[in-house]
Design a protein around this ligand. Structure first.
Ligand SMILES: C[S@@+](CC[C@H](N)C(=O)[O-])C[C@H]1O[C@@H](n2cnc3c(N)ncnc32)[C@H](O)[C@@H]1O
Ligand code: SF4
Length: 429
């Protein structure tokens, strides 16, 4: 598509969804959230990893014992600062992401315990991201005892050659054993993350990876095409200026293989890139509309404002040691923008619950977005029943492809700035 036509269509869609043509602006102001929120999820970011993978766009640094101990104390302080505002509020789940949260296992368990003591309404799922090289029997059992119910394992591939190409220092055998071990612990849900369109990966190698995950009996399989972000080591090596996705036709062919293997083995699609065994609960990092994030680089969505903490681990700790909030950037949200934010993630999850929309915004979903979904239904990208609208398998790739037009460049701008600058003045996107 001609680049100008694409830009024009993008602006038009942005206007239709958010009610504004102008760029959004995150600024270095401390927000003052006021909206009454009935139910809130918690997010905790642990930014340490044993080895740093060259393709990884997330906020992480190499593990260091002293830094981890300082970080744990800083997180306690951030929790204390928020205690009054969150106390007694009904809570959704706690999601712990990274990095590799278990690198600071003792500190992590202390933080989980602290959160549970401070917020006695925190009785829902505790979900955590794990790396296969840090999943001993002891680690897994301690997580289970701490109340972790759902885990996601960053397998990426079971294939040694591909892991080497990716710069991931893990052996296929160790990865496989870790997944098998995790299945014996009794978590409510075990998700495995795979990556595809890896350098030199063949279709058969991908099929084998999916089959291995199926053979382990995991409850959910998520597979992501490898995106290259300019600010990562991979991006620098590739000398790219913009986020680079693998060619669409390769993604679609490979996704068809993943879909075929999953559907043939009793899984159903539960998100654009995820398949689940029907009877299990979905592992997802994006199912909570309102959430409060703790830790460096964590985001918080509090209805009338969205904000992110500084990404820099030392600055995060220093700011809290000085009894100040570690917020780097924030943006006020009007209702229209909040609706668009909600819709973005519901589409990613492939279904929209109209009643949830009405209870959150006190508005009829069809009056606000009905025309868009009538069009999607007409071209076979959506269906509906009385309660929900569903994105179809046929629509999932294309609807998500359009979402990528917005999300990837925004991630590049926001993360790509914040990873290098702890306190940016302003980011427009
Ligand atoms: C924050 S990582 C956590 C996993 C864990 N730290 C590990 O590496 O084993 C979450 C997932 O994002 C996916 N991911 C990471 N970098 C990616 C990239 N450049 N493109 C696509 N997916 C990526 C991987 O599947 C990874 O498991
Ligand atoms: S992919 Fe996982 S282990 Fe690798 S650097 Fe990123 S968060 Fe750390």
């Amino acid at each position: 598509m001609n680049i100008y036509v694409k830009k024009f269509l993008k602006r038009l869609l942005k206007y239709r969804l958010t009610g504004q043509f102008k760029s959004f602006k995150l600024t270095n102001t401390i927000p003052n959230p006021n909206k009454t929120i009935n139910r809130i999820g918690l997010y905790l970011h642990i930014p340490f990893c044993k080895n740093l993978c060259p393709y990884c766009p997330y906020n992480k640094i190499e593990f260091d014992e002293a830094k981890a101990r300082r970080y744990e104390k800083a997180v306690f302080k951030e929790i204390d600062m928020f205690e009054e505002r969150l106390k007694d509020k009904p809570m959704g789940s706690l999601y712990i992401g990274g990095g590799t949260p278990t690198t600071m296992l003792r500190g992590l368990l202390n933080i989980i315990d602290y959160l549970k003591r401070k917020f006695n309404t925190l009785r829902n799922d505790i979900c955590i991201e794990l790396a296969p090289n840090d999943m001993s029997q002891e680690v897994l059992e301690q997580l289970k005892n701490a109340g972790v119910t759902m885990i996601s394992i960053g397998v990426e591939s079971f294939n040694d050659r591909l892991n080497q190409k990716l710069g991931r220092k893990m052996e296929g055998k160790i990865i496989y054993d870790s997944v098998v071990r995790a299945m014996t612990i009794g978590f409510d849900s075990v998700n495995v993350d795979l990556m595809f369109v890896l350098p030199t990966q063949t279709f058969e190698e991908l099929r084998k990876d999916v089959r291995t995950a199926v053979e382990c009996g995991v409850h959910q399989i998520s597979a992501y095409p490898l995106f290259a972000f300019p600010y990562t080591e991979l991006g620098k090596e590739m000398k790219i200026q913009n986020v680079t996705r693998p060619p669409g036709r390769v993604i679609r062919r490979m996704l068809a293989i993943i879909e075929q293997e999953c559907l043939n083995n009793g899984y159903v699609r539960c998100a654009v890139w995820s398949f689940i065994k029907k009877e299990y609960k979905k592992f997802s990092s994006v199912s909570r509309h309102y959430y409060k994030g703790f830790g460096a680089s964590s985001g918080s969505m509090l209805g009338d404002s969205f904000y992110v903490n500084t990404f820099n681990v030392d600055e995060y700790c220093k700011t809290l040691e000085n009894n100040k909030e570690p917020i780097a950037l924030s943006m006020p949200f009007n209702t229209r923008q909040e609706m668009a934010y909600w819709l973005y993630w519901r589409i990613y999850e492939m279904y929209i619950n109209r009643d949830e929309f009405s209870s959150l915004f006190n508005k009829d979903f069809n009056k606000i977005y009905g025309d868009i979904f009538s069009f999607l239904k007409l071209i076979g990208f959506a269906t509906e029943d009385k309660e929900k609208i569903f994105i179809t398998g046929k629509g999932s790739y294309w609807v998500h492809r359009v979402q990528n037009e917005f999300s990837l460049s925004n991630i590049q701008k926001i993360w790509g700035t914040c990873i290098f600058n702890p306190w940016p003045k302003e980011i427009r996107f």
